[in-house]
Structures are given as C-alpha cells and as structure tokens.
Ligand binder design. Structure first.
Ligand SMILES: Nc1ncnc2c1ncn2[C@@H]1O[C@H](COP(=O)(O)OP(=O)(O)O)[C@@H](O)[C@H]1O
Ligand SMILES: Cc1ncsc1CCOP(=O)(O)O
Ligand SMILES: [Mg+2]
Length: 258
C-alpha cells in the first residue's frame, strides 16, 4: 500500500504500547494519515480488533500479569485475520525472552520489527546491545534471514541498514541517518507505521515500503535539523508532507532486493 492509499483509506492501527513513547507513536501514525488507537484493556480487545486494520504489540514496559493479555490480543487479532506486529524491545533480557517465547508459542505474530540486536536474539546469534539499543555489529542480512526461517514471521530489522525478509525474499535499504537511531521512540513508531502499510495485505513489499517511507522522512528531517529535540518534531512534519512520488524515487535508488 502506498502513502497515498494510507491517506485515503486511513487504516486503524491498534497498539498495545509501552508507557514511554505512546504519544510520539500516536502522532506518527496520525501524520501519515492512518488512525492511532492505544489500549491495554483485555475486555475490549475483541471489540477493538473488529475495527482495527492491524495490531501492534510492544513489550517495552510489559509486566508479568500482562503477558496473558498480549497472548489473547494476538489470538483475537489473528482469528479476525488482522496482521500482528511484534516490537520485541530489549528481548535478550531474561524476563522479556520468556515473555516473547510464550507469546510466540501460545499466540501468533506475523511481523517482528526490531533493531539488529533484538532480531539476532530470534536467530540465536550473539549481538551486543545496551538495553533498548543495538551496539554491536554483524551480518544483518544473514541475521534477518535466519530469524525469519526460525520464526516463520516477516522480519523487519532496522538500523543503518534496514533488512526485510521472510526467509525467501529479502530487501535491503542502506541509508545512514544517525539522528533517527538516537531518538527514543522512532523504533516503536516504525512498528506502528508498518501496521498501517500492511493493513491491506501482509507482504515483504509493503513492509519494505513502510520502512523506506520512514527512512526517507528521517533523511529529509536530518537535512533540516541537526539537534535531537527538534529533530523528532521535524520527522513528524516530513512524514506528514511526504509524497508517493518521492517514496517511489527513493525506493528505486535505495532499495535493493537480493
Ligand atoms: N545508523 C542509522 N542510520 C540510519 N537509520 C537508522 C540508523 N539507526 C536506526 N535507523 C533508523 O531508525 C529507525 C528506528 O530504528 P532503530 O533505532 O533500529 O529501532 P529501535 O529504536 O527500536 O532500536 C528506523 O527507521 C531505522 O531505519
Ligand atoms: C526507553 C524505553 N524503555 C522501555 S520501552 C522504551 C522505549 C523504546 O523505544 P525505541 O525502541 O523506539 O527506541
Ligand atoms: Mg526499539
């Protein structure tokens, strides 16, 4: 789905958010022309999944007594044929590892969007991290492909090199924009942006389009603003203004299918 279609169809993205970044995530979803909604109340998941076009589960500040809620959310969404995107924040930390194992075993996830260290955990490969951030280096293409094979999910690995793979088809977007990585919440926002773009159909192409759109907006913002505070505001403005034509040109120049 193109950014133009997102604006005309305005898909509703239901996000089980962490308590750190929901305002930013909601604004990002809003400025691309989609419709944000956050909830953590299990008794309304059925009603909300009926009206949602995609469901995003972020484990950033999950508590033990909420684990069964996210499993339920993933099942309700899947039964209603709505795509489920997992954002596995700092998944290598033991409580989070166990939570994600349970979610994957008892529930269902279609797409996993994380940084290289988070995706490496699914591939069973060591990759240095510091809390929410990936700090190491490695073969991110191999990591994404292996994680896709092991999980059966479409992998959206973000970083200086974004890699999207379902284990068969792999796309790479290589564009360095350091300010994008240092802003807390850009990863969470990207996960919900992916939700908007796969609302119509769950494909590697649509995930790639979402990642490219976000990256291009980040690149354009970095040409206007070089300090972190105003940068996140400029990113919102660039996302609001970005056109299908610009994204198409950027994709021709910067997206490589392997
Ligand atoms: N060094 C980088 N250069 C360019 N883009 C980056 C860089 N690091 C991250 N990004 C972009 O920042 C966004 C958030 O990704 P990331 O920082 O990996 O997620 P998280 O915040 O979950 O760790 C993505 O669009 C990703 O492509
Ligand atoms: C700081 C922090 N702590 C728990 S969740 C979170 C935000 C993570 O945001 P992102 O992964 O988008 O940088
Ligand atoms: Mg993150």
């Amino acid at each position: 789905m193109t950014i133009k279609n997102v604006r005309t169809q305005s898909p509703l993205v239901l996000t089980y958010a962490n308590f750190v970044t929901p305002q930013f995530v909601a604004n990002v979803v809003n400025v691309i022309g989609a419709s944000p909604l956050m909830s953590r109340e299990v008794s309304e998941f059925n009603d909300l999944c009926q009206i949602a076009d995609a469901v995003v589960i972020n484990i950033g500040t999950l508590k033990a007594n909420e684990l069964s809620d996210i499993v339920t959310l993933s099942k309700v969404a899947t039964n209603l044929d709505k795509p489920v995107i997992l954002d596995p924040v700092a998944v290598a930390v033991p409580f989070r590892s166990k939570a994600v194992q349970t979610l994957m075993q008892e529930g269902h996830v279609d797409i996993i969007r994380g940084n290289a260290a988070e995706i490496a955990w699914f591939a069973d490969i060591d990759f240095d991290s510091q809390g929410i951030d990936a700090t190491g280096s490695g073969d991110v293409i191999a990591i994404a492909q292996l994680a896709a094979e092991k999980t059966g999910a479409i992998i959206a690995l973000s970083g200086a090199k974004d890699v999207i793979s379902d284990g068969h088809q792999t796309a790479v977007i290589e564009t360095d924009v350091p300010l994008l990585s240092t802003n807390v919440g850009t990863g969470d926002a990207l996960s919900s942006v992916i939700g908007a773009f796969v609302a119509e159909s769950l494909t590697v192409e649509n995930v790639t389009y979402a990642m490219a759109t976000f990256k291009l907006a980040g690149l354009k913002a970095s040409r206007q603003i070089t300090t972190p505070g105003f940068y996140s505001m400029q990113l919102l403005d660039e996302l609001a203004a970005i056109t299908s034509e610009e994204v198409a040109t950027f994709m021709t120049e910067s997206v490589q299918y392997l």
